[in-house]
Design a protein around this ligand. Structure first.
Ligand code: PLP
Length: 433
């Protein structure tokens, strides 16, 4: 497969963009490859600048539940662009999308639109701190909530030690306010609450974790978090930037029947344009300016093109779509498991709705520790062998694969056929192709 143009572009890109990309995982570093530059995409297919075509399982990291460039979306976007690309003033579209979100997720009595998931998560935490007049937050090891300072933190030597920054440039002050618990481990959360009585403003969690690879919540985990937050007067924040509208129209909160105080949205809510949102109970959200004193603003917030894409995207979430997606995901998970078994490669496949991650490990994966036990070298070999056979996977063991309405049974069959060979390549010896 010729990738001359991509290679040349990557060389040029590295002279102007740090690492040659605008978001780190795109650089293909952890899979030992160089990135492909994309010329166009449609349905479930990516085409690179050298004219190679791939079945795409990244799907822009989650927003594209209806596939790339669906015709209906293009039509409404073109019409919207004719009416102007940004007003810096209210438009009816924001009201419509807000009401639509509330119909799907009734816990969001009030919604504020922003331009990214990062903004949504950092703003929701600001509201929780204002509401509780407390400063500390609890997050889980392996959960990602965007790149705001206070989220770029890992536990030190034990779960009870103060957080230390994971990134240079994050102050110890910001890190000290973030406490780290273990996913699917309610005891680790309770210990933090007990050791920091009346100090915890919020607990933020991906109710279905997608940023250490896919790790679904254990039975009773989310309900247990609700109870612990209630017992300790802390706000429960669900970061549904991936799970919102992905696991069902009501998100993970609808599926689990657990009501958070605040919810963060992104990805699908923008249908491939830059949108995030946060919302929750009216009395909490009334703290947000200009209704209240908590400042948060955005030049392009509620952008008419982004709102148009979000409305089209949510309007087209039908029960049949979720059925189709979970059917395809089950087919893919089953086929991958069988192909791995036949190749003698130990793989654990976590799947939920239209999300899936094959972990190259013998151990069940239920938290960060078990996820990071996976063999990233084997994943890299698998990734490169799949790419050579026209299948574009997340360039990291610790990311979820995303299916869309545009994927067909035939795409899944082709993917499984490619995986039969790629699992053999993953065993250690590179094979050509
Ligand atoms: C992607 C993601 C974010 C960050 O969203 P951006 O739009 O990339 O800023 C936050 N939380 C979760 C769970 C995500 O998956």
């Amino acid at each position: 497969m010729a990738t001359r143009r991509s290679t040349r572009l990557f060389t040029r890109a590295q002279q102007i963009l740090p690492g040659g990309v605008d978001s780190p995982v795109r650089a293909f570093k952890s899979v030992g490859a160089t990135p492909l530059f994309i010329a166009r995409a449609s349905g479930a297919t990516l085409e690179d600048v050298d004219g190679n075509r791939y079945i795409d399982y990244v799907m822009s990291w989650g927003p594209l539940i209806h596939g790339h460039a669906p015709k209906g979306l293009l039509k409404v976007l073109k019409a919207a662009a004719d009416r102007g690309t940004s007003y810096g003033a209210p438009s009816p579209l924001e009201v419509e999308l807000g009401e639509k979100v509330r119909r799907l997720m009734p816990g969001l009595q009030r919604v504020r639109f922003v331009s990214s998931g990062t903004e949504a998560a950092m703003s929701a935490v600001r509201v929780a701190r204002a509401a509780t007049r407390r400063e500390k937050i609890i997050k889980f090891e392996g959960c990602y909530h965007g790149h705001a300072d206070g989220f770029l933190v890992q536990a030190g030597s034990g779960a009870l030690t103060l957080g230390v920054p994971t990134s240079p440039g994050v102050t110890r002050g910001a890190a000290n306010d973030t406490l780290i618990a273990s996913y699917n481990d309610l005891d680790s959360v309770e210990r933090l609450f007990n050791a920091n009585r009346s100090e915890i403003a919020a607990l933020i969690v991906e109710p279905i974790a997608g940023n250490m690879g896919l790790v679904p919540p254990a039975d009773g985990f989310l309900r247990g978090l609700r109870e612990l937050c209630d017992a300790h007067g802390a706000m429960l924040v669900f970061d549904e930037v991936i799970s919102g509208f992905r696991v069902g129209p009501g998100g993970a909160q609808g599926w689990a029947r657990v009501q958070p105080d605040l919810t963060c949205l992104g990805k699908i809510i923008g249908g491939g344009l830059p949108v995030g949102a946060y919302g929750g109970r009216a009395e909490l959200m009334s703290l947000v300016a200009p209704a209240g004193p908590v400042y948060q603003a955005g030049t392009l917030s509620g952008n008419p093109l982004a709102m148009t894409a979000g409305l089209w995207c949510l309007d087209n979430l039908k029960p049949a779509l979720y059925k189709q997606l979970s059917g395809l995901t089950t087919q893919l998970a089953g086929g991958l498991a069988e192909a791995a078994r036949d190749a003698g490669v130990p793989v654990q496949i976590n799947a939920f709705g239209s999300l899936l991650t094959p972990f190259f490990t013998r151990q069940p994966v239920r938290d960060y520790g078990s996820a990071t036990g996976a063999d990233t070298g084997a994943y890299g070999r698998f990734f490169r062998a799949m790419l050579a056979r026209g299948v574009y996977l997340p360039p990291s063991q610790f990311e979820a694969w995303f299916l869309s309405a545009a994927h067909t049974k035939r795409d899944i069959d082709r993917t499984i056929a490619a995986a039969r060979l790629a699992f053999r390549a993953a065993r250690g010896h590179e094979e050509g192709g």
